[in-house]
Design a protein around this ligand. Structure first.
Ligand code: ATP
Ligand code: MG
Length: 256
């Protein structure tokens, strides 16, 4: 049975997609079978995995509206050695079009049930909003991975996300929990990074992942080649960190 994780944070540009794509590739390197679900109309995870979002026959949009099965819509990221349920801007329309559908917050959950046996991990790259799309991700998942930059405003907005997760847990999905906070784009030379990082450990204890993802230009360059950073430059510090994070996740699911 696949373990399903949302990579979520309603703050924009905090490293959700970079984490989704590179964790997928890192897990694939560890011989895990992975499906990456692009739940963001920006389609960044799709492009980052090397799939052209402009030419999709079927996508997350069609799956959510019941017009395609995951098996029909998924594609292979040859570069990352994982499967992708791709998305593009069409997905923005799903928010509105799902309004009249029954159990509209559980559409993704029900769709993923059909491919559950095909994967060890299903990772869901969420958009930067607490929207109906993100709610579909949270209803489908066993847990949430929250990427965070260690900066002054990092904690702001975290309480909104934590409250949303609590509400979903109470009303819609009792499986859901916060798996952990992932420190990303970390710059060890900055005193502020060190301070915020220490604060996170104090407040959240075991909910902070051991792995820290450094700021690394190779991770930022990789998407323009349509290749995960982990594949683009496997020896770079960023790639190594995401492979280590993959190993931490493999350990983590043994206790779930
Ligand atoms: P959005 O909210 O728009 O979906 P996001 O949370 O998915 O954004 P990303 O797209 O992953 O964030 O990252 C934002 C920017 O930061 C991108 O340009 C990405 O290449 C860069 N970036 C992410 N992680 C790192 C890192 N560890 N080192 C250097 N650059 C990074
Ligand atoms: Mg993104």
């Amino acid at each position: 049975m696949a373990k399903i994780f949302c990579v979520a944070n309603q703050k924009g540009g905090v490293g959700k997609t970079t984490t989704s794509v590179n964790l997928a590739a890192g897990l694939a390197k560890l011989e895990q079978r992975v499906l990456l679900v692009d739940l963001d109309p920006q389609g960044n995870a799709t492009m980052g995995a090397g799939i052209n979002k402009a030419t999709l026959q079927a996508s997350t949009y069609h799956v959510l509206l019941g017009e395609a099965e995951v098996k029909e819509a998924r594609q292979r990221s040859e570069a990352g050695r994982f499967d992708v349920l791709p998305a593009n801007r069409e997905l923005a329309g799903a928010e509105v079009e799902m309004v009249d559908l029954a159990q509209r917050e559980r559409r993704l959950k029900h769709a993923l049930a059909a491919v559950d046996a095909d994967y060890d991990f299903i990772l869901v790259d969420c958009p930067p909003a607490l929207s109906m799309l993100t709610l579909n991700g949270l209803c489908a998942a066993h847990g949430v991975i929250i990427p965070m930059q260690c900066e002054y405003y990092a904690l702001e907005g975290l309480s909104d996300l934590v409250n949303t997760i609590k509400k979903v847990h109470a009303n819609l999905n009792t499986d859901l929990k916060i798996i952990g906070l992932l420190r990303v784009m970390f710059d060890p030379r900055m005193t502020l990074s060190q301070q915020v990082s220490a604060q996170l450990e104090q407040h959240f204890g075991g909910k902070v992942f051991k792995t820290i993802i450094p700021r690394n230009v190779r991770l930022a360059e990789a998407p323009s080649y349509g290749v995960p950073g982990v594949t683009f430059d496997p020896s770079s510090k960023g790639a190594q960190a995401y492979i280590a994070f993959g190993a931490e996740m493999v350990e983590r699911i043994k206790t779930m």
